[in-house]
Design a binder for this molecule. Structure first.
Ligand SMILES: [Zn+2]
Length: 102
């Protein structure tokens, strides 16, 4: 199988938000579309996956808080190829030896 090239956007710092899935505090983000954007990223309405457990969430409001997606959003998110790719990367991260050694 051909290995796919993935380009991540720049890292951005966000306000601290707790993951709705595992409760870990998230204070940064990186994404697939950031580089191409002129405005701030992420922006409200963007989908975010927890770096630790892969739970999908949605950025909301001017202060950029993470919330659980609605049922409708969850269905859209589940069908998004980028989300599936990101989830795969999050799973693979847990298998790399570097992340275990600390
Ligand atoms: Zn989580």
């Amino acid at each position: 199988m051909k290995k796919r090239e993935v380009h991540f956007g720049r890292n951005v710092h966000t306000l601290e938000s707790a993951c709705v899935g595992c409760g870990k505090i998230l204070d940064g983000a990186f994404g697939f579309d950031f580089e191409r954007r002129k405005g701030p990223a992420p922006k409200p309405g963007d989908v975010s996956l927890c770096f630790y457990c892969g739970t999908p969430m949605v950025w909301e409001g001017d202060d950029m808080r993470l919330r659980a997606p609605t049922a409708e959003e969850a269905a859209t998110i589940a069908g998004d190829e980028r989300v599936q790719l990101a989830r795969q990367l999050i799973k693979e991260k847990d298998r790399t030896p570097e992340s275990a050694a600390s």
